[in-house]
Design a protein around this ligand. Structure first.
Ligand SMILES: [Zn+2]
Ligand SMILES: [Zn+2]
Length: 107
């Protein structure tokens, strides 16, 4: 068994399939909520762009149950969410977002 988590032919195939399914089902807005940092508990709801997937609102797929937790690449384990949500979930480390260290020079 291949142990590669990403970039498998199967994943790509199912990912495309899941995207097509979502589009056919009329999923027009990002259904992601709660588990994303950037919109804390609120529904993302950004209009999904199925044509330009690299855009912040591009339609991408993400594992519902993570690979590490025994999730599969089956289409029923793939959720369609926007690119921004996908990247913010995948990254466990805190992003460099506004980590402004306030230094007080007024001594
Ligand atoms: Zn989203
Ligand atoms: Zn999200």
């Amino acid at each position: 068994m291949a142990t590669s988590r990403t970039g498998t032919t199967r994943y790509k195939h199912n990912s495309t399939k899941a995207l097509r399914q979502a589009q056919r089902n009329g999923l027009t807005n990002c259904p992601c909520q709660a588990h994303c940092r950037h919109h804390k508990g609120r529904r993302c709801n950004i209009p999904l762009d199925y044509e330009n997937r690299r855009r912040p609102n591009g339609a991408t797929t993400d594992h519902i149950t993570a690979w590490a937790n025994g999730g599969t690449d089956d289409t029923n384990n793939l959720a369609v969410i926007c690119f921004t949500c996908n990247t913010s979930q995948g990254d466990k480390r805190p992003k460099k977002r506004e980590q402004v260290t306030t230094i007080d020079f007024t001594t």
